[in-house]
Each structure stands twice: as structure tokens, then as C-alpha cells.
Design a protein. Structure first.
Length: 194
């Protein structure tokens, strides 16, 4: 598990740096925000369910962190993402991770990258296991739009908040849609319609 933590962290940093390059976020700002940031894990076991249409495995939510690297351990399908209001199953590719953009990346990129709402369904035949690794900014940082992206033409679309407060807020809520990022959006901006 420790090796998995470290290796996925390396991968996440590669991805975060590429995102930074693509968006022209200052390299140092990206590193300062995410290098050796708060890394969390959620392992979920979904037992088979005789009436899968009556239950939801994991309710719709966006992940609160920057990036999520998700491993669908036993190759069982169940993840769905919401695109233009429609639930779309994510097909399993062998030996591939799913990478989600989280709320902290939506905020940091000043809304250029939107976090994705997703849910997990269950089935009646086989259990399903997933391991999500969540890569967050460092706890001592303040979450907000990257200062290297902000100028007169591109005003901040989200408020700033100490990461510690952001994490506390997140853990005091139930998993629900995009509640955190909606709360941080500066008024006048259109809320994201999932
Ligand atoms: O089980 C899955 O595929 C999704 C897990 C997930 O979204 C999460 O842990 O945040
Ligand atoms: Fe998730």
C-alpha cells in the first residue's frame, strides 16, 4: 500500500504539472500548491445487491481534491459520470486508471477545468471494489484561483479559503453533487449544471 501511495503520487504530480503547462499556470505555483500535498484514500467495497435498481452504490458527487486517481480493482463496471445532464457509464479499460478532475482543480484553474460529477452503481451478480487516491493542495496553503491566471481580463471566479477550513467543510458534509465548489463560486457566475 505504501508503494502504491508513492507511485500514484508521482503519477499525480506528472499529471498536475502537465495540466499546469497546458493552462500556463506558473510552474512554481503548481508545485507549491500540490507537491507533497494532502493525499487521501477511499477504498470502497460494493456487495452484490439483489435489487440493484433500488439502491445507489455511491451517491452523485464531485471529488473535493485536485485530482483523483481511481483504480477499479476487480474489473467490475459501475462508475458513471454526468455529462450534459446524462449519466454515462465509464467502460473499464484493462490496467487503466480513471482520473477525475476535482473541485480544488476547478477552483485553482479558475473554472477552466470543471470537476466531474460521478456516482457508482451496484449489480446483482458480483461485488465491486474501487480504490480512489485523492491529491489535494497542502494543508497550509490557501485554495483559490492560481494567481498566475488572474489578471484584469480574467478576474477570479472563486473565493479563497485556507485549505484547513476547506477540508473541514468537506468532511462536515455528506457526499452531494458539487456543494463545495458551488459555495466558493463568486456570485454572478452561472452555477455548473452538472
Ligand atoms: O467506486 C467508484 O468507482 C467511485 C468511487 C468514488 O467516486 C470515490 O471514492 O470518490
Ligand atoms: Fe468520487
Amino acid at each position: 500500500m505504501e508503494a502504491y501511495f508513492k507511485e500514484t503520487q508521482k503519477l499525480a504530480m506528472v499529471l498536475l504539472k502537465l495540466i499546469g503547462q497546458a493552462l500556463e499556470i506558473d510552474k512554481r505555483e503548481m508545485e507549491e500548491m500540490f507537491e507533497e500535498g494532502l493525499q487521501l484514500v477511499r477504498m470502497t467495497y460494493y456487495p452484490p445487491c439483489p435489487q440493484p435498481e433500488l439502491v445507489v452504490g455511491l451517491r452523485p458527487h464531485s471529488d473535493a481534491g485536485g485530482l483523483t486517481i481511481l483504480l477499479q480493482v476487480n474489473g467490475e463496471q459501475g462508475l458513471q459520470v454526468k455529462k450534459n445532464g446524462v449519466w454515462i457509464p465509464v467502460n473499464i479499460l484493462p490496467d487503466a486508471f480513471v482520473v477525475h478532475i476535482g473541485d480544488a482543480m476547478e477552483i485553482f484553474s479558475n473554472g477552466i477545468y470543471k470537476s466531474i460529477v460521478h456516482r457508482a452503481t451496484v449489480n446483482s451478480v458480483k461485488e465491486r471494489i474501487s480504490i480512489g487516491m485523492f491529491f489535494n493542495p497542502k494543508l497550509e496553503m490557501e485554495i483559490g484561483p492560481a494567481t498566475s491566471l488572474i489578471n484584469e481580463k480574467n478576474p477570479p471566479q472563486y473565493k479563497r479559503m485556507p485549505m484547513e477550513q476547506y477540508v473541514k467543510d468537506f468532511f462536515s458534509r455528506k457526499l452531494r453533487s458539487k456543494t463545495i465548489v458551488d459555495q466558493m463560486r463568486i456570485k454572478g457566475e452561472q452555477p455548473n449544471t452538472e
